[in-house]
Design a binder for this molecule. Structure first.
Ligand SMILES: Nc1ncnc2c1ncn2[C@@H]1O[C@H](COP(=O)(O)OP(=O)(O)O[C@H]2O[C@H](CO)[C@@H](O)[C@H](O)[C@H]2O)[C@@H](O)[C@H]1O
Length: 644
């Protein structure tokens, strides 16, 4: 640390007795403490006083009788000592404002602006907080990762949480398929062939797999290549529905993910056996079964651990029991995947309901389980929210944690978003008004600044409660409002959107398709964001909306309940609190009531509305806090022996 020297004035120096000329006092931090030391010609530096500035607030720091250190008002620290021990004052750069205030007959008073120290200390604290104390080799395995492939929130999480963990000092690999469909191929142009080939034996044959690699933002992005990933459509299907060979496609992904840390010399060396696998949803659930059934019995991956992250329990990867033999697992492992449908869910009298369930396989073999919000982690242990897995999940409740997702605050940033026509911030919202007008123009809706514009973005799926929107729209549109809906998925809802647009042409737009730039423009241009999900493990769009000053109206479930705070206009002496509206129960009437409340507030209580926008925009949505919580889970996983 560079030391600055503050010398006594010439007059003061002249008054010093010559024999003490070379003695001096130093005021400088020993890391986070101030030490006041003096030097005699023939001696070391005895410490006269030392301690932490913060402690000085409660009185003088520990000091020898000859010196005192005190914190004055306004963050000034004073150090005084007996003059005959002091001829010169030395200070560290942290005390940039140090001045020798007084040198009297027998005393010196030195002041430094301790606020500088505090700022510096905070910086050190921040730096320390931003690094993990224990680091791991982490392998994220996912069927999608933005920006390479995306159908929903899973891609967002697997595209941004790994970066946050890498920046905290972990070695992080994301392993996901190299989907080539003619449209997304450009996303993989920076990935080079690692020239490593492996052969996976399953589904009655040997399948050659290669790996592509891109190092970006501190993360090794590894793309598993096989002809089964090269076809038109999205990662799971096309306009005719889900691909028939999805079980095969995700089985080879799981096998490849298990081999990658052993065979890929990334940056010159492999991730190795002491890796932590973060497996996401059913597609990659087989990883923890493979570790337990095929590797550990042969002494491999004894030090590895697996954490299952459940983004959506509704999809479990269930296939007929007969497909078990395709997985090339030892037969004694059948029970780990075994799944018997309840009688009411069987198709015919002879159907014995026997199936294999990938997600169940991970639940019973992984070391820890995380869901993407605390609310959802409880819901999945109940019969209402457990999709048949609630009892198993309850049994493993002691390793089950809920961690609310963060968001990519660089991609979703209204001050710099490349997809929106005008930028704005919580301090200057004028750009948002312009974004609204631009969106109305783009959609061909009347440009009316005072008409509340409501938006919906999401997969058209039973989960997202779009049926509630369909049934409520006629009543909602009796009011002076506009509504824009972006989504793809369920064919019936897609045609309903087209129909509604033709019938309510002055007020409703239904954008059928998957379009990321449009999703950003809707998020920025709308006043209200509607998310009437039946269940929602976390939900990202409500967070994107709040960050863009678009007030959410959400159903009171899962992560929506955890992230949207209900508006209360009377709180804080009438200045209000809350960031949106949550409605319950899940029904059209409750949703309409919440929307009408939002519309009325928008129209008649402008100050309240601004407060709602500002509170939503000011919240911290970064991954920092979630990353720290994930680290805790990882550490716990390594504390315990492997579960299986
Ligand atoms: N037509 C379209 N065009 C453009 N973009 C579109 C789109 N339809 C959806 N998106 C985007 O896809 C993402 C959806 O994320 P969500 O978290 O809201 O839901 P999803 O159910 O997919 O994720 C699951 O996993 C995530 C992550 O853990 C959980 O938050 C969530 O609750 C769980 O259901 C958002 O980025 C959204 O903008």
């Amino acid at each position: 640390m560079e030391l600055l020297r503050a010398r006594p004035s010439p007059q003061a120096a002249a008054s010093l007795r010559p024999s003490y000329r070379h003695r001096f006092l130093s005021v400088g931090p020993l890391r986070r403490s101030i030490a006041l030391r003096c030097k005699r010609e023939d001696q070391d530096w005895p410490t006269l006083a030392s301690g932490k500035p913060a402690e000085a607030e409660n009185g003088p720091l520990m000091a020898l009788p000859t010196a005192r250190v005190e914190l004055n008002g306004n963050g000034m620290v004073s150090v005084s000592g007996i003059l005959d021990t002091i001829t010169e004052v030395e200070d560290s750069s942290l005390f940039s404002n140090t001045i020798v205030n007084e040198i009297e007959q027998d005393k010196v008073l030195v002041s430094g602006n301790v606020l500088d120290l505090t700022a510096e200390e905070n910086e050190i604290d921040e730096q320390e907080k931003s690094k993990a104390s224990i680091t791991h080799n982490i392998i994220f395995v996912s069927s999608e990762a933005a920006p390479y492939s995306k159908t929903g929130g899973l891609a967002d999480v697997c595209g941004s949480l790994p970066i946050a963990l890498a920046s905290r000092g972990h070695r992080v690999m994301v392993i996901t398929p190299r989907y080539l469909n003619g449209v997304s191929d450009k996303n993989f142009v920076n990935a080079t062939d690692l020239m490593v080939r492996i052969k996976v034996s399953c589904f009655g044959g040997e399948h050659e797999i290669s790996f592509f690699h891109e190092y970006r933002e501190g993360v090794d992005w590894v793309f598993v290549d096989h002809p089964a990933y090269h076809r038109p459509g999205n990662p799971y299907g096309d306009s005719s529905g889900a691909f028939g060979d999805n079980q095969f496609r995700f089985t080879i992904l799981s096998y490849a993910a298990c081999e990658a840390p052993l065979v890929l010399p990334l940056g010159g060396y492999t991730y190795g056996e002491k890796s932590l696998f973060v497996i996401n949803d059913w597609h990659t659930s087989l990883v923890s079964v493979l570790l337990a059934a095929k590797y550990r019995p042969h002494g491999v991956y004894k030090d590895a651990r697996s954490v299952l992250v459940i983004h959506n329990l509704a999809h479990q990867g269930v296939e007929p029991a007969i497909t078990f033999s395709n997985l090339a697992l030892p037969t004694e492992w059948y029970s780990s995947l075994e799944w018997i449908f309840p009688t009411w869910a069987r198709k015919h009298a002879l159907d014995r309901g026997e199936a294999v369930n990938f997600l169940k396989g991970a639940i019973v073999t992984c070391d820890r389980i995380v869901t993407v919000s605390q609310g959802y982690s409880w819901e999945i242990t109940t019969s209402e929210g457990g999709n048949g897995l609630n009892e198993l999940l309850s049994n493993r409740k002691y390793v089950l944690n809920g961690i609310t997702n963060g968001i990519d605050v660089d991609e979703w940033n209204p001050t710099s978003d490349k997809h929106i026509p005008f930028h704005y911030s919580v301090d200057d919202l004028s750009g948002k008004t312009q974004c609204k007008a631009a969106l109305q123009t783009e959609l061909g809706l009347p440009v009316r600044p005072d008409t509340p514009l409501i938006g919906f973005i999401g997969r058209l799926d039973y989960q997202k409660g779009t049926d509630l929107i369909c049934s409520a729209l006629p009543e909602l549109l009796q009011d002076d409002v506009q509504f824009v809906m972006l989504g793809s998925g369920d064919a019936k809802t897609e045609s309903w959107m087209r129909w509604a647009e033709s019938v309510y042409n002055e007020k409703f737009r239904g954008w059928v398709g998957f379009n990321v730039p449009v999703s950003h423009r809707i998020t920025a241009g709308c006043d209200i964001f509607l998310m009437p999900s039946r269940f929602e493990p976390c939900g990202l769009n409500q967070m994107y909306s709040m960050r863009y000053g678009t007030v959410p109206v959400v159903s009171s479930t899962g992560g929506l309940k955890d992230t949207v705070e209900n508006f209360n206009p009377y709180a804080n002496d009438g200045s209000g609190q809350g960031t949106g509206w949550r409605f319950s129960p899940f029904c059209k009437e409750a949703m309409l009531a919440a929307l009408r409340m939002a519309i009325q507030t928008y129209r008649e209580h402008k100050t309240s509305w601004e407060g709602l926008m500002q509170r939503g925009m000011s919240k911290d949505y970064t991954w920092n806090s979630a990353a720290i919580q994930y680290e805790q889970v990882f550490n716990w996983a390594f504390t315990d022996p492997p579960y299986v």
